[in-house]
Design a binder for this molecule. Structure first.
Ligand code: PFF
Length: 455
């Protein structure tokens, strides 16, 4: 164990590669599937406002903290804490991160599989000429089917596997450089189409005119969880990617760029979806099925609907893939560095484990849906525990570690590339990590548990 400090460690080839890969991780189902339905269920603009505040005051500082941990240690999340705080229990925070990543992949691969099925349906023309009831019935029949969704999970995981096994530069960086520009292009085209639909203004109003009475403890915890999930924060994914950053990467600037682009895509996803939803008189509060049941209705009422459907689900599929790659890499790098496995052995082990978990989550939506814990099936339980508990908890420990345990000069030197960059407000930044972030996260937790009341 503890083989984390190996000498020939891979790095991303260019600064652009760094941005593409990190944004590729951040932009995913979280932006295009989860953000819109959470926004729809939690009251629209008010939720978005709390979300934006969370990204700004918690998200960006914590992304930088993870970047510090990764590039300073050149190791996976467990190795990073081991290297920086030897002979302590801090490595457990890294381990919790690996665990959260595996849990997220359980339901992530299922939703990604659904997306692939919809791409296939759009290509074969079976996503059109249906009534809303039929869309609903077909989706339920498909997602609760025993075999079909699992076959797509396996296909999705095999594609992820091929990228990961090809390594950091040839696999992760290259695939992100191809897929991310495609994603941006598709999203811009779809936004233009959506806002030009008659009656679309109501959707924009829903997104941008906050009704403050809608803010309650659930909305605040939901927004914080969504911010962590969307930024790939709190589970060491950004530690893993930044361990591949070269010495000249400006960590602060990269963190701000990633957060900005990620937030922009989430808002654009809202702009793409809600005007269309309102234009066709559909309720925005549908929940996780929003993009799988509601949107196909919308597409088929538009001219060239099959084309829009195909573009949309391609967009979702690409976004899912680049994020799944990052989730897979966290555990793979952990297995390689901490257990001395080869990349191919580690990748295979992780792929098989994730396929099994994906199967369990998929079955929990259908055949095993009677089995619930705290009223949730395994799929929803994994989503709840990871986004609303483990990621914020990971963020809490990371802010305490980087704020209190890491020496002042060490943090400053890494974030300024050994003093060659200026970092105005460094002390304020450290203050956020030491006091503000931990206290804010704890208050939000207590608030949700009903121990205090913020609203
Ligand atoms: N950020 C991804 C999304 O928005 O879909 C999900 C994710 C990826 C979460 C990687 C956590 C992670 F480590």
């Amino acid at each position: 164990m503890g083989k984390s400090q190996n000498k020939e460690r891979a790095t991303f080839g260019s600064k652009l590669g760094v941005i593409f890969a990190s944004v590729g991780s951040a932009v995913g189902l979280g932006n295009i599937w989860r953000f819109p339905y959470e926004t729809g269920q939690q009251g629209g603009a008010a939720f978005i406002l709390v979300y934006l505040i969370c990204v700004l005051i918690l998200g960006i500082p914590l992304v930088m903290a993870e970047f510090y941990l990764g590039r300073r240690s050149h190791a996976n999340p467990v190795g990073a804490f081991r290297g920086l705080a030897p002979n302590t229990k801090w490595y457990l925070v890294g381990l919790m991160g690996v665990f959260s990543g595996v849990m997220i992949m359980g339901f992530y691969s299922v939703v990604s599989g659904w997306t692939f099925d919809y791409i296939f349906q759009a290509l074969t023309g079976s996503l059109s000429d249906k009534t809303p009831e039929v869309f609903q019935k077909d989706f339920t029949a498909f997602s609760t089917n025993i075999y079909k969704p699992i076959i797509w999970v396996v296909i999705f995981m095999i594609i992820t596997h091929v990228v990961i096994i090809s390594g950091v530069k040839k696999g992760i960086e290259r695939s992100a450089k191809i897929m991310m520009p495609m994603l941006f292009l598709i999203i811009v085209i779809m936004c233009i189409r959506s806002v030009t639909l008659p009656g679309g203004e109501k959707g924009l109003q829903f997104l941008f005119h906050p009704d403050f009475s809608k803010i309650n403890s659930n909305v605040i915890l939901g927004a914080m969880g969504q911010a962590f999930f969307s930024l790939s924060l709190g589970m060491g994914c950004l530690i893993t990617y930044s361990s591949y950053f070269g010495p000249n990467v400006n960590l602060g600037k990269t963190a701000v760029t990633v957060a900005l682009l990620d937030t922009m895509v989430a808002i654009l996803a809202g702009v793409m979806i809600f005007p269309a939803v309102f234009s066709f008189g559909i309720s925005p509060t549908q929940g996780p099925e929003l993009v799988f049941i509601t949107l196909p209705n919308v597409f088929q009422s538009m001219s060239f609907g099959y084309l829009w459907a195909l573009l949309f689900f391609l967009l979702l599929g690409i976004a899912a893939l680049t994020s799944a790659i990052s989730l897979h890499e966290v555990t793979t790098s952990y297995m390689i560095e901490e257990y001395g496995l080869t990349r191919s052995a580690a990748t295979s082990f992780v792929t098989i484990t994730l396929i099994i978990l994906g199967m369990i989550c998929s079955l929990s939506v259908g055949a095993w849906s009677k089995f619930t814990i705290a009223g949730m099936n395994i799929f929803n339980l994994f989503d709840f525990i990871s986004a609303k508990i483990l990621l914020p908890l990971g963020g809490l420990w990371i802010s305490i570690f980087v704020g209190w345990i890491v020496p002042y000069n060490d943090l400053k030197s890494e974030l300024t590339n050994k003093g060659t960059l200026k970092f105005y407000g460094f002390n304020f930044y450290r203050f956020i990590l030491r006091y503000f972030a931990p206290i804010a996260i704890i208050l939000i937790f207590f608030n949700e548990l009903g121990l205090i009341s913020l609203s």
